[in-house]
Every structure is written in C-alpha cells, then in structure tokens.
Design a protein around this ligand. Structure first.
Ligand code: URA
Length: 445
C-alpha cells in the first residue's frame, strides 16, 4: 500500500477501496503508517467525505483492531446511551443505574471532557476511589453481577480509535460526520449491545450546530448499527443552553443524585426520561414510552435506582457513602453568587462560554496530561427566557481560589446575556430518528 496515492485519490474526490481501508487501519494501529500521512488523509476526508460503504468498512476495520465484550451467557438485553457531548449533561450518571435497576444490562462506555464539553469519566472520578479503567474481563464480570459497569475505553477496545481520535483532535479533523459515526459506533458495537440510544445535541453548544448535519449523523449511526444487529434510536436534544443547573464534575454528581432521589431540575428530568424510555423500549422491557416512564418513576420513588448507583460505585472501588451524603464530595474552598447586572429577560446562557469557564476554573483539560479539579464549576439557576431583577442571584461560582471567582465571573459575564427581547429556544427534545425515518416531536420549547 502506497499511502501518498490514497491521500492523492481522496484529495481529488476519489474513493478508497475496502482492502485499502483495512490495510491502512491495520498499518496505522501497528505504528507502520506515520501520523503525518494519516493526518493528511484525515484532512482530505474532512473536505471530500466518505461514502456509506467507505464509512462502514472504516468502522469494521477499527472494530477489528481490538476485542469485544462477550455477553453470550448473559440472559439480559444490553443497552447503552451515548451523547455527542454537551455542557451540564449528566444524563448518563442517572440513566446507567436507573435502567440497570429495571433488569436491563447497561455496559456503559463513556469519554472524558472534549473541547468545551464535560465527560462522564471525569465526573465519576470526582467520587473518591472510583475506578473507570476496568479490563474487559472485569467489565463482563461486573455487568453479569450487578447489571452495569461505567467504564472508559482501554487499550483492549478499538485501539485504532484511540490513536485516530487523538490525531483528529490535534489536527482539527474531529467534525466530520462519517469519522464521528465510525468512531462512536466502533466503540458501541464492541460492547456487544442489543440496542443503543443516541443523544444528538443541537444548537450553539453542540459540535454540529446545523440541523441537517445532526440528522445526517443520526442516519449514519443508525445504518452502522443496523449492519451489526444493533438497533439504534436517536433523539435530537437542545444544547443551546446548559442542561440542568450544575456544570462541573462533583457538582454534576450531586445533581444526578438529586434526580435519582426524585428531585432535580425539570429540563434535566425531561431529557433523561425521554432517553430512558427509548432504552427500555429498545430492551423490550415494555412496548410504550408511557409505560417506560411509569417504570422509571417507580424505580426512583422506590429507591431502587439510587441503590443501584450505590452498588455501581462500590463495585468500582468508590466511596459509596457519597450517594446518600454528597457533602462528602470535594468542595471548592471559594463560593460566590453571580448577580444580574440589570433587570430584563435572560437572552442566553451560552454553553460554550460556560464549558470553557469550567475549564478555566480547572474543572477540565486543555491538554490530555492535565489533572482535573473535581470541585470547581457553576450552579446556574438562570434559564433563557426568564425575567430577572437587577441584583438577583443567577448562579453560584465554585472556585479553588479568590482569583478563580473572578475568572468564573468573567465567564458568566460572557455566557449570560440580559436584554429586553422575548427569546426563542430549541425544544428540549425535538426529533426522533429511527431506521424508519425522522419524527418531529416538537417545534418549539
Ligand atoms: N466522540 C467520539 O467518540 N468520537 C468522535 O469522533 C466524536 C465524539
């Protein structure tokens, strides 16, 4: 294989043959194809795309670079949920225990913060002792025993994606629909799922802010799933404002636990329940989303979902006492209110500015080597469209130092705009995409 010829062909709008894609991915994973050639090819793909057969072969070649979880002896359906990334999005922390408490296995593989978005693994690691690096064998044992494991990608699972993803991140080639679809689906198919629910974020805080791109990504992942006996349902959900109130690792654990205890912000509950209902219907626990909703309400009211979270935390080495007593989580030494500078209507709470604000407080990374301060972040009560008075508290800043409070203030100054206009927002859950097509669920918030 002569890699420059492949780069040239893709650059000029040609197709890559299946055998070429397989050889390329094998060679790259083995360290035989250098990063500079792969980076050039990725950039050519960024501009010229991949067609569906090319994307399918790429996904399979990536999948074949590693091992798959083996659940052949598990008598349960296995369903996961994956989000394309948001700010304040802690739905995974709620759904994994909630759905596992309803007799569905949830082998949940999540990521770390990426760009301005938060990552489930960083949030879980704010629980003292919690291990997210489980081996495949440990994951299989834990799922068989308690129905759930919340893990990160390891060297055993899709190593090709690990290398490719880091290279894409470093070469501005992340936002390419077939590459995103192949990357996510290779990891999901390696979990041997019987169903997958995708949460595709819409709006200014998402990676793909155009509706047609979001629908295209949904269709691409549905096709990849269908080719591997993994039915996929995608919901398009709003990320033109943060989801819920808490943004920051330990703060988000507290809010997720609130929902598992039966309280928590209404927007977070609505999105979580919509995703959870799809998971339960895919797992054939019930045939209607209304029934599924009632089952989830019951799992929360009875305390079963919270108990399942405790079991997961304990099984993965974490201090399970934090589930009943979240004050045991790391607390930021400095805390201050952020007040409205004028009266009016909140025009926006910009997720990117909030997400980058969390990173500047130390709650996220700018390089993979950085450690994360789990305690810092924001609790933002203000929502776009809300009328506020001058001086009204809109948010709380949680910072490591007094300077951090000022950093937090400047991030919120940028994120929260107050004006006099009425505001139109994206619906929390707007579209449902399945192999049968696109259903518009709601056109206004
Ligand atoms: N998440 C992934 O796992 N891969 C991508 O390419 C983008 C988001």
């Amino acid at each position: 294989m002569i890699v420059p010829r492949l780069i040239e062909r893709k650059r000029d709008g040609g197709r890559l043959e299946p055998a070429e894609i397989r050889e390329l991915i094998q060679g790259y994973t083995a360290g035989e194809v250098p990063d500079y050639q792969m980076a050039s090819l990725l950039m050519a793909i960024y501009f010229k795309g991949l067609d569906r057969p090319e994307m399918n072969v790429l996904m399979e070649a990536m999948l074949e670079s590693g091992e798959k979880l083996d659940f052949s002896r598990l008598p349960l359906q296995r369903v996961d949920k994956h989000s394309t990334g948001g700010v304040g999005d802690k739905t995974s922390l709620i759904l994994a225990p909630l759905i596992a408490s309803l007799n569905v296995a949830v082998p949940m593989m999540s990521g770390r913060g990426l760009g301005h978005t938060g990552g489930t693994l960083d949030k879980l690691e704010s629980i003292p002792g919690f291990r997210t690096r489980l081996s495949l064998a440990e994951t299989e044992r834990q799922v068989a025993k308690i129905g759930c494991a919340m893990i990160g990608q390891t060297d055993e699972i899709v190593p090709a994606d690990r290398r490719l993803y880091a290279l894409r991140d470093a070469t501005a080639t992340v936002e390419v629909i077939p590459l995103i679809a192949a990357s996510i689906m290779s990891k999901k198919i390696s979990e041997s799922l019987t169903g997958l629910v995708l949460d595709i974020k819409r709006g200014s805080g998402s990676f793909l802010p155009r509706l047609e791109d979001e629908l295209e990504l949904a269709r691409a992942m549905i096709d990849l799933g269908a080719n591997h006996s993994c039915p996929v349902v995608a919901l398009l959900t709003a990320m033109d404002r943060p989801l819920g109130e808490a943004c920051g690792n330990a703060l988000e654990i507290i809010e997720a636990v609130d929902v598992l205890k039966g309280s928590g912000p209404a927007d977070l509950i609505e999105v979580t329940m919509a995703l959870g209902a799809e998971m339960l219907v895919l797992a054939e626990i019930t045939s209607t989303r209304e029934d599924a909703r009632a089952m989830m309400d019951d799992a929360i009211a009875s305390g079963r979902a919270l108990t399942k979270f405790e079991e997961i935390v304990k099984a993965q080495g974490g201090d399970a006492r934090v589930v009943r007593n979240p004050t045991l989580l790391a607390k930021a030494p400095h805390c201050a209110n952020f007040e409205a500078k004028r009266g009016g209507v909140i025009q926006s709470v910009e997720p990117r500015a909030v997400g980058y604000g969390v990173i500047r407080l130390g709650g996220g990374r700018t390089t993979m080597e950085e450690t994360v301060d789990h305690a810092v972040g924001f609790v933002i009560k203000a929502k776009p469209g809300q009328r506020v008075e001058k001086g009204q508290p809109l948010a709380t800043i949680h910072a490591r130092t007094a300077d951090g409070i000022e950093i937090g203030r400047s991030a919120l100054d940028e994120a929260i705009r107050i004006g006099d206009e009425s505001v139109s927002l994206l619906p929390l859950v707007s579209h449902r995409v399945t192999a049968r097509g696109v259903e518009v669920l709601s056109v206004s918030a």
